[in-house]
Design a protein around this ligand. Structure first.
Ligand code: SAH
Length: 218
């Protein structure tokens, strides 16, 4: 599909305006969304829908999150330049690209090899620097811990304790927690070695986190 890149840029500006109207306030996050070409991260037959504010199906029965959800989670994550972030659920790579454009040092883990390999190629083409791993991210990435921020982009039945343990003191974890059908976006702030604060926000619906500290693969 050959569409004028200017067309996609215009679509992105319209999308950013709509996210602002839906309540996203962090201008850094909105600027990152304006910069990242979402059409590259969706399957070829979905490109004309890349800027509708909806989740879209990607390969292997997974999905690319709705732009509003990506913006909401990124705003809640509250990153800073040079922030060391662990993402669980690379999926299409879109959320990871947004974090990278925000100046974060991103470590992202995906359990499905096809998606992991596809994102590696996209990042090489777009010159996006992020460290991509293949495996079960429900236990985090202990060999690279601690992290300033952890973001889980799949639905968890509970907050995995290994993830809290891999946060720096003052670090934040954003994770959708609940049933397979509906989850509450949850912000966990590690205030000291053994203390953390849990803040529950709005409800969302994600594909399941499958793994040792997630759901079992039925
Ligand atoms: N952040 C992604 C969202 C993808 S959907 C994006 O921007 O497109 C969630 C992804 O989490 C899926 O690709 C799924 O395969 C992956 N996933 C589920 N359980 C996982 C686990 N235990 N470890 C790593 N990835 C997991």
């Amino acid at each position: 599909m050959s569409v004028n890149p200017k067309y996609f840029l215009e679509q992105r500006i319209i999308l950013v305006d709509s996210l602002r109207r839906k309540g996203i306030k962090d201008e850094r996050v909105l600027t990152a969304i304006e910069k990242v070409p979402r059409e590259i991260f969706v399957p070829a037959d979905q490109k004309d829908r890349a800027y509708i504010d909806n989740a879209l199906p990607i390969e292997c029965g997974q999905s690319i999150s709705q732009p509003y959800t990506v913006a909401y989670m990124t705003e809640l994550l509250d990153t800073f330049d040079g922030c060391k972030v662990l993402e669980i659920g690379t999926g299409s790579g879109y959320q990871c690209a947004i974090l990278s454009v925000l100046g974060c040092e991103v470590f992202s883990i995906e359990r499905i090899e096809f998606l992991h390999n596809k994102v590696k190629k996209i990042f090489a083409n777009l010159n996006i620097k992020a460290r991509l791993f293949l495996g079960d991210g429900s236990k985090g990435l202990p060999e690279f811990a601690p992290f300033d921020r952890i973001i889980v982009t799949a639905a968890a039945p509970d907050i995995p304790s290994s993830l809290i343990n891999q946060l720096k003191i003052g670090g934040k974890l954003v994770i959708p927690v609940g049933s397979r059908n509906e989850q509450i976006m949850t912000l966990v702030i590690r205030s000291s070695t053994n203390k953390y604060e849990i803040i529950r926000k709005d409800s969302f619906r994600f594909v399941p986190l499958i793994g040792e500290e997630g759901w079992s693969n039925e």
